[in-house]
Design a protein. Structure first.
Length: 128
């Protein structure tokens, strides 16, 4: 029984010591918008992150050419960040790393209307 307990402790230490994902790089995917009137819209989102320790920076936007600054944090596999558009609107993102995807929610207020979106992005594969 003592060996089993020791093995269990070693396995727990190995699991807890595994490195956190490095989110640096390009990501793209879907941005499913839920409008206040109940209608939905589907758009693309592109993100280019730099991840250092708990700090997240980079850009995000609707196209690779139309990007705004990202400022946020990483806590394990959870990313929390804000994006401020050219129009001054702040979009708040909360994403989790799940099965190779960053999935979660975005929220903003535009002209007194609350908007939300479901996000599902994957790392962009680079060709060599």
């Amino acid at each position: 029984m003592t060996r089993m307990a020791g093995l269990f402790v070693v396995v727990l230490l190995l699991i807890s010591a595994r490195p956190v994902e490095d989110f640096t790089g390009k990501w793209s995917g879907s941005f499913l918008i839920a409008r206040p009137d109940g209608t939905e819209g589907n758009a693309q989102v592109f993100m280019n992150f730099t991840h250092k320790a708990k700090e997240l920076s980079g850009t995000a936007g609707p196209t690779e050419d139309r990007q705004w600054p990202v400022k946020g944090t990483v806590d394990g596999n959870k990313l929390t960040f804000d994006v401020q558009s050219d129009e001054g609107q702040v979009i708040k993102f909360t994403l989790m790393f799940v099965d190779g995807h960053l999935k979660g929610d975005a929220a903003a207020e535009v002209q007194g209307q609350k908007l939300s979106a479901k996000i599902d992005v994957q790392r962009v594969k680079t060709a060599f």
